[in-house]
Design a protein around this ligand. Structure first.
Ligand code: NOJ
Ligand code: CA
Length: 559
């Protein structure tokens, strides 16, 4: 966090007067992210599927979440974990059918859980019929205008048009074989769409309506900040644009102002349904620009990745909370500790804190070393992850939980190179990739895949997964799973409006008050600190006479 500056505004007395108890579920919803291929496998082929999700609805219900967000389950060659979509309006046959989707949604709705699906509008897969047509139609054909084809450099166009790099490493251009190249922000199997093309716009309107008509309650918009691009010449050299976060919309590829025209158009579609469909943007933008995506005439909510990027330090948390709470004044905010793209939270917090490298980077280096160095302290990581989720769930705004966080799963660091699925692992030597947080979930202490399915899963699970299994944790009142269940149930009861006040405290302590005077107090320091007199409602760790121990959060009612 030392690299970024945040706006520091709190919801104060004045604002409180303007803050009514919100009746909008989405403003405060707890959303559970399912990575379908790794959640539950119903037919033993090693791949999680939609009937698997349906079979686990009672688990989701008992967890107490308001909604689930499903990462892509669309037909895909899995060049990027399903974010390379062949057909945006269908189900991958390995994951089920549209009928299975309907059965899943009705089971979730029956349990009072809403459903969000992923829309991937920045690119299609290279197997999408449009892209195949673009390649065969040849230079200058209208079919190429749906994508971003440009002439290569050199006498026969044998060089890419410029030196721009893909987010996964290597060139952002791939050859069409005829002197033209196509642009891809991510893997070469994910050609970027041209959002100035009317057919592209119309096709995504159809996709949004298709899923909304099937009963989907909301959408998570992949790469929401990337759809509009300025690929006009002269191109800026890559080293001038490698830093993608700008405060003013001037980057040629990311967070351009006109991207919101697309969302204003979709907003009309969302609002034509009763109730209006919800949307959340995955927009890795400068903090000052995040609220634009979350405004009522754009997507309505945007992921706030700041807490996921924060180190385990009270000043980092304070900064992140102030910035997110400031977003709430005119729009909405969201909180998350992890997702399918980052090393697990319990691992990030179990690695040594470094002065000049954020925990995210330390964890990625550790992964590259297959977990050999630096030394991981899993118990410490878990303790901090417990304290962290209680901070997150005590905040106003919406909360996102990535599958397996509720089990306190650690990142799997020692996956052999030959089983890795993430294109990042093959496109760059600087990263091992994101498979370590996508290993199939352990549901039971026994079985060939710890209850994930009847056979082994698509990524190997380590033996230590047995101790984290759902059935083991259900039997242990002090488990991470039971902490999540209690915290989620209490959150509904306690935190009904947006008010938040900082309570003055020593620098190693984070202390804020919420409606009805409920306090959330976390001790980041090494020694126990005294607690106010009052009633303890929930604690992330054991308390004794000495006060609030290190790396522990309590929710309490002070007297
Ligand atoms: C963001 C997704 O979360 C990530 O998994 C994916 O690789 C990229 N978008 C590209 O679609
Ligand atoms: Ca399966």
């Amino acid at each position: 966090m030392r690299h970024t500056r945040w706006v520091t505004t709190t919801i104060d007395q004045d604002h409180q007067a303007r803050t009514a108890v919100s009746t909008d579920l989405w403003r405060t919803a707890v959303v559970y992210q399912i990575y379908p291929r790794s959640f539950a496998d119903s037919n033993g082929d090693g791949i999680g599927d939609l009937p698997g999700i349906t079979s686990r609805v009672p688990y989701l219900r008992s967890l107490g979440v308001d909604a689930v967000w499903l990462s892509p389950f669309y037909p895909s060659a899995l060049a990027d974990g399903g974010y390379d979509v062949d057909d945006h309006r269908n189900v991958d046959p390995r994951l089920g059918t549209l009928g299975d989707f309907d059965a899943m949604i009705s089971a979730l709705h029956g349990a009072d859980i809403k459903v969000i699906v992923d829309i991937v509008p920045n690119h299609t897969s290279n197997r999408h019929p449009w892209f195949r047509e673009a390649l065969t139609a040849g230079r200058g054909a209208p079919q190429r205008d749906r994508y971003l084809f440009r002439n290569g450099l050199g006498p026969r166009g044998e060089q890419p048009p410029n030196d721009w790099e893909s987010m996964f490493g290597g060139s952002a251009w791939a050859p069409a074989g005829d002197g033209q190249w196509y642009f891809h922000c991510f893997a070469a199997e994910q050609p970027d769409l041209n959002w100035e093309n009317d057919e592209v716009r119309e096709d995504f309107r159809r996709t949004v309506r298709f899923w909304a008509d099937r009963g989907v309650d909301g959408f998570r918009i992949d790469v929401a900040h990337g759809l509009r691009k300025d690929l006009s010449e002269p191109y800026l050299p890559w080293d001038e644009i490698a830093d993608i976060m700008r405060p003013d919309g001037s980057h040629p590829l990311w967070d351009r102002d006109d991207v919101h025209e697309i969302y204003a158009d979709w907003r009309r579609i969302f609002d034509s349904y009763d109730p209006p469909r919800f949307a959340v943007g995955e927009a890795s933008v400068h903090p000052a620009r995040r609220a634009r995506y979350a405004s009522a005439d754009s997507l309505g909510q945007a992921f706030n990745f700041a807490m996921q990027d924060a180190d385990w330090r009270p000043e980092d948390y304070r900064e992140v909370i102030n910035s997110g709470v400031a977003d709430m004044i005119n729009s909405t905010t969201s909180w998350l500790l992890g997702c399918h793209d980052t090393p697990r939270v319990a691992t990030r917090y179990g690695l040594p804190l470094e002065e000049d490298r954020p925990a995210q980077q330390v964890a990625r280096q550790w992964l590259l070393a297959d977990g050999a160095t630096p030394r991981l302290d899993p118990a410490l990581g878990e303790r901090r992850a417990r304290a962290a989720i209680m901070i997150l769930l005590a905040l106003p705004g919406s909360a996102y939980i990535y599958q397996g966080e509720e089990l306190g799963l650690q990142e799997v660091a020692d996956l052999p190179r030959e089983v890795l699925e993430d294109p990042m692992a093959s496109r760059t030597t600087k990263e091992k990739g994101r498979d370590g947080c996508r290993v199939p979930l352990p549901w039971s202490a026994d079985g060939p895949s710890y209850g994930f399915g009847q056979h082994v899963g698509h990524l190997p699970q380590p033996e230590w997964f047995a101790a984290y299994a759902v059935d083991v944790q259900e039997a242990d009142p002090g488990s991470m799973l039971n902490l999540y269940r209690r915290a989620l149930a209490l959150r509904r009861e306690l935190f009904v409006s947006d008010d938040l006040h900082w309570v003055e405290s020593e620098s190693s302590v984070l202390h804020f008050a919420r409606p009805g005077g409920v306090r959330c107090i976390t001790n980041f320091g090494p020694a126990p600190v005294a607690l106010p007199v009052g009633e303890i409602l929930l604690s992330s760790g054991q308390l004794d006479q000495s006060g609030l121990p290190s790396d522990t959060t309590v929710w309490m009612r002070a007297r």
